[in-house]
Design a protein around this ligand. Sequence first.
Ligand code: GDP
Length: 195
Amino acid sequence: DRHNSNASGASGEVIDGDPNVPAFKIAMLGASGVGKTTLTYQFTTSDYICAYDLSLDDDYGQKTVSVLVDNIETDLEIIDHPACEMSTEAFCATYNIDLFVVVYSVIDRNTFAAAERVLQYLKENEMLLSRGAILVANKTDLQRHRVVTRQMGRKVAKEIACKFIETSSGLDHNVDELLVGIVAQVKLNPQRLRL
Ligand code: GDP
């Protein structure tokens, strides 16, 4: 019974003092400028899966989005990785992350290489054994400037064995689908959801 079993633990941690709502920590990783903040903001305004924004402010690069997962209200605590302030290693060690969303921009090869490095790091440190990851290729609206093809993204995702999606937060394309993908990953772990 999730009402009694959610008081503590590595994941499903209680936030906002409501012990009845399971919560998951979602890390937004990737180079600066790839669209992490924009994507996170769009999650909070998505009405696709009854998402609504619970945060009063996002001063700490953290937003909580409430979604229905199999009709159970679930909080997704989305933490934007402040790349300039903290290394990925320190960030992952500080927060007890349930799911990694690794973003790059299809118009910037360096951000793609950075995303690949982050995923390799997570894999090598066995952080993906019990946690999911999604590789996100953002800014697909800027077709004329694209330098990272869909195939390149797919290949890396296949090597890491993680999900892959192309989005445009500029055009709001596939952003709901990404959120659905995040929820799907959360659902993969019913124990964490404490159903
Ligand atoms: P962050 O540093 O990863 O959080 O990146 P931001 O969300 O702050 O975005 C950096 C810049 O890229 C901003 O000017 C955004 O408006 C822009 N941007 C984000 N996503 C897209 C996108 O999908 N398409 C386009 N054209 N611009 C985007």
